[in-house]
Design a protein around this ligand. Structure first.
Ligand SMILES: Cc1cc2nc3c(=O)[nH]c(=O)nc-3n(C[C@H](O)[C@H](O)[C@H](O)COP(=O)(O)OP(=O)(O)OC[C@H]3O[C@@H](n4cnc5c(N)ncnc54)[C@H](O)[C@@H]3O)c2cc1C
Length: 454
């Protein structure tokens, strides 16, 4: 195939074949660039894979495709054809035996919360200052946006469980765009203006591939050409001369010359792989940045459905899991007819018992939670079980982490042929559609500049 002028005979080197690496590979090929991807795992897809458990399928964490970038959605529709379907499945919060719509919706709260709580919430809604876009931390933002009662009932406890960090130590950005539009104006508009379907619009309607979210990665890998992807190829060193990355070493054994490099590896890992190493101060900075890990318990059930929801959230601190999702509510093809599959997510820090606890103990606590919540009647209907670890699931956006990431990124800009793209690579709370959009722009830039862009 034709090669671009800046890479000569050496293809564009992409580190990692998760969504960011695959999208880079796909769009690079469309720009006429030769490309090679190195992926440590034995399969593509990174944190957005779909796995098989007998006749059941489930994703590595509850995923949905957000229709937020017209061009990317069009590209995915072209890749997946009729297999990319629009799904309408609301999410709910499991609260004291009741199911509350999420995102929070006034009509729903009016029907489901006790009057005393509603009165307090209403009082707070009218009296709290509304400056939700200048909060310094997540707690402040949640209190400003919702008032103390709603924030404490549904948001702060859940957020602290998810991130394993106090809410006043977390950046407001951990919310991503989840709380978008959930300010007082929208809230009151819905309550008094009759726009009942805000929740559906914000969270309940999305795209999902017929055979699971990982179908996006698989289709992208097919389209870019599997012969360009090398799995089982862990990058162990990035050798440089101070201004350019000269070689990548694969599996501690194969030094390989490179021209332009796109790294989708975690930002902190890139710092560790550099040879010669970066200044100690930056290494220490990288070490202080943390990722949240996830454990999944997967249960195949001998019943058609467990819930009507895309996801069911557990804000209660006494429940170790943050959420349950039911892949069959995203695509019925994820389980045989008359059976379903559910996945419970348990976020962990790696140094804790939650991470090292045996699979059997984790599964037993999942069954207990489902039984206590009245969702199943004991373990009898469970026909298949699986457990998965999803390390590096989320970069933890503690207060100050963005400034640290900025410093590391600025340092890495000295390598004129190195580009960073990806969620962990940039230490940001980005989604798959953002990564595809960025990959498209980056590869356009690479194809049109004889020298790598900064
Ligand atoms: C529970 C959960 C739910 C999510 N829900 C959504 C959602 O609903 N919608 C959405 O858009 N996004 C969602 N996301 C985010 C989405 O999964 C990520 O944005 C996406 O996977 C990031 O892609 P990436 O390529 O940047 O990184 P990753 O997916 O982390 O891929 C990085 C790749 O690099 C490889 N790698 C690492 N080290 C090396 C090495 N040394 N050498 C070679 N290869 C290496 C890894 O094996 C991996 O394949 C969710 C994430 C989680 C964890």
């Amino acid at each position: 195939m034709s090669t671009n002028t800046d890479v000569g005979d050496t293809p564009l080197t992409v580190l990692g074949a998760g969504p960011a690496g695959l999208a880079t590979g796909l769009y690079a090929r469309r720009q006429g660039l030769d490309v090679r991807l190195f992926e440590a795992a034995d399969a593509v897809g990174g944190n957005a894979r779909t796995l098989q458990l007998g006749p059941f399928r489930y994703d590595t964490g509850a995923h949905r495709f957000h229709d937020k970038d017209e061009a990317v959605t069009a590209d995915l529709k072209a890749l997946l054809g009729d297999d990319l379907r629009r799904v309408d499945a609301p999410s709910q919060i499991c609260w004291r035996g009741r199911r509350i719509d999420f995102p929070l919706a006034p009509y729903d709260l009016l029907r489901k919360l006790p009057l005393s709580l509603l009165a307090r919430i209403a009082r707070e809604q009218l009296s709290i200052p509304r400056v939700s876009n200048n909060a310094d931390d997540f707690e402040e933002m949640a209190l400003q946006s919702y008032g103390p009662t709603l924030a404490r009932l549904f948001l702060l406890n859940y957020t602290e469980k998810l991130w394993g960090t106090d809410a006043d130590q977390l950046s407001p950005r951990v919310a991503g765009d989840r709380l978008e539009g959930l300010d007082l104006k929208t809230f009151l508009l819905e309550a008094f203006g009759g726009t009942k379907d805000k929740a559906r619009h914000l969270d309940g309607s999305f795209y999902y591939p017929r055979h699971g979210y990982g179908q996006i990665a698989e289709a992208t890998a097919d389209a870019l050409g599997r012969e360009h992807i090398r799995t089982g190829a862990r990058i162990t060193t990035l050798s440089h001369d101070g201004t350019r990355i000269r070689r990548v070493t694969v599996n501690d054994a194969e030094p390989t010359g490179v021209e332009t490099v796109v790294s989708t590896l975690p930002l902190t890992l890139v710092l560790r792989l550099l040879d010669p190493p970066p200044p100690e101060e930056l290494q220490a900075l990288a070490q202080s940045m943390r990722f949240r890990h996830l454990r999944l318990v997967v249960l195949g059930l001998d019943r058609p459905r467990l819930t009507p929801n895309a996801s069911l959230y557990f804000p209660d601190r006494s429940i170790p899991f943050t959420r349950l999702y039911e892949p069959t509510n995203r695509s019925p093809d994820m389980a045989p007819d008359d059976q379903t599959v559910v996945v419970l997510e348990r976020p962990c820090h790696p140094e804790t018992e939650a991470w090292t606890q045996s699979d059997a103990a984790l599964r037993a606590s999942a069954v207990d939670v489902l039984t206590e919540q009245g969702l199943i009647d004991g373990a009898d209907e469970i026909v298949a079980v699986d457990h998965r670890a999803v390390p590096f699931a989320y970069p933890i956006l503690e207060v100050g982490a963005e400034a640290k990431a900025e410093r590391l990124t600025t340092y890495l800009q000295r390598f004129e042929n190195l580009h960073l793209l990806g969620r962990s690579a940039k230490f940001t709370y980005t989604h798959v559609h953002n990564l595809y959009a960025r990959a498209r722009t980056l590869t356009e830039e690479l194809a049109s500049h004889p020298e790598p862009v900064g």
